[in-house]
Design a protein around this ligand. Structure first.
Ligand SMILES: Cc1ncc(COP(=O)(O)O)c(C=O)c1O
Length: 415
């Protein structure tokens, strides 16, 4: 079987799995169906603009693979989200799990962010030098061994807020805090469709609130949700999805206490959520850099707004129709778009990373045979967050040609 045939079969297999396993398949529109299943559409959309930026930088002196950040684009992403929030008097509490860098956190805070959201205690510790005053750790903390770390962080910020994700977790968190004599505000998690953490119904949310009220070291501050399922919604349905998520939060708030804070908002929904009455804060993460998920799976960012790329070298062309680059799953992670792409070329070439081993990316697509061994190319990954967790530092390129090297302080801080 020739390579094109094998690739076509693999794509069909992937598509079948995607549709079979996708709970949202009924609302996947033809447009979105095409976009997520036809790589060619993706190339066409971006080709003109991407070709224009093809000539700009010369990366021949960079050792690869490496991560490049265009400073002005990143700053524009930070400012744009902040401006929407400011206009609607909604707090922005960006999730730092995407960038994991003090330098980026500082820029978010300088722009006006009310605080930072972290996934793990280790991330919160790593972000303290940013000068952050309010931290929300949006995860289920249950281990008494973590108590002293929480106490140390609480002593260095104005406000440390934790997550309460179920009755069992609330009881365990109470023990953690009681063990170190700490009383902290908590955000009650409501599941609104992702089916990860959080009360599974309004009634379960009301019950969880009653449990929290009985626990002396927890103080109910508000309700949050992570509506990650919005990444699987057709672009034209995002507002409807956001409205549905917010309605559920507001119903629960009314049942528990009308004074509670309401914090939804990921990168897909945040800019819309911020305009909706009843939202007090949003917590987008990936918006700061952008990736294939935000530019193609759901279209909430323009291709030209993508600020982070992986620079990789073509290291071999083992057979016609295929090339290998020096960036594999240890650079891109194993996350893929639903049509099986780990990354796409930034510059509009009709090539994509369609398979990975640890140290190799497999490049296929119409333009692959034009590639030259030794050529350096920039790629946009399927999902940017794990990419930062796989690198010690990033190259930050300024419009005036300056290049900085920033450490990724919270890289690997998964505890
Ligand atoms: C609890 C929570 N809040 C916010 C976010 C930010 O999501 P995104 O990177 O899609 O903006 C995430 C992402 O996983 C999350 O888990």
């Amino acid at each position: 079987m020739d390579l094109q045939r094998r690739l076509r079969d693999a794509r069909l297999h992937h598509l079948k799995n995607f549709l079979d396993g996708n709970p949202l398949q009924n609302i996947v529109s033809v447009d979105v169906y095409d976009r997520i299943t036809q790589p060619v559409c993706l190339f066409k959309t971006n080709r003109k603009m991407a070709m224009e930026s093809r000539t700009v930088p010369d990366f021949s002196s960079y050792l690869t693979p490496c991560i490049l950040i265009e400073h002005e684009k990143m700053q524009a992403n930070i400012d744009r989200m902040q401006q929407v929030c400011d206009r609607h008097h909604v707090e922005l509490r960006p999730h730092i799990k995407t960038h994991k860098m003090v330098a980026v956190a500082k820029r978010q805070l300088q722009a006006g962010a009310a605080g930072l959201t972290c996934a793990k205690i280790g991330e919160a510790e790593a972000m303290l030098p940013s000068g952050v005053e309010s931290i929300f750790i949006a995860n289920s903390i249950v281990d008494p061994l973590q108590g002293p770390r929480l106490k140390a962080i609480a002593g260095q910020v104005r406000e440390l807020i934790l997550a309460c994700t179920s009755e069992g977790q609330a009881v365990a968190l109470e023990q953690v805090l009681a063990g170190v004599g700490l009383k902290l505000p908590v955000m009650l998690a409501l599941d609104t469709g992702l089916c990860r953490e959080g009360a599974r119904s309004i009634e379960a949310g009301v019950q969880l609130a009653k449990v929290i009220h009985r626990l002396p070291h927890l103080e109910l501050h508000g309700i949050y949700t992570h509506e990650g399922h919005s990444y699987g919604v057709a672009s034209e349905k995002i507002s409807e999805c956001a409205r549905d998520v917010l309605n559920r939060l507001l119903v629960l708030k009314k049942r528990i206490d009308p004074g509670l804070r309401v914090w939804p908002g990921c990168s897909v929904t945040a800019a819309i959520m911020a305009t909706m009455p009843g939202v007090d804060a949003v917590r987008p993460g990936a918006y700061v850099f952008g990736d294939l998920s935000l530019t193609h799976r759901v279209v909430t960012m323009e291709w030209a707004q993508v600020a982070l790329t992986v620079l990789a070298t073509v290291v071999d062309k083992p057979e016609p129709g295929m090339a290998l680059i020096d960036a594999g799953s240890k650079v891109f992670s194993s996350d893929k778009t639903p049509n099986g792409q780990s990354a796409c070329s930034l510059d509009g070439r009709r090539i994509a990373v369609t398979n990975l081993s640890e140290e190799h990316g497999f490049i296929t697509g119409e333009d692959v045979d034009e590639l030259k061994i030794g050529q350096k190319l920039r790629f946009v990954g399927a999902h940017v967050c794990p990419v930062l967790n796989l690198t010690d530092e990033v190259h930050v390129i300024h419009e005036d040609g300056r290049v900085d090297c920033w450490p990724v302080e919270a890289r690997g801080r998964v505890r």
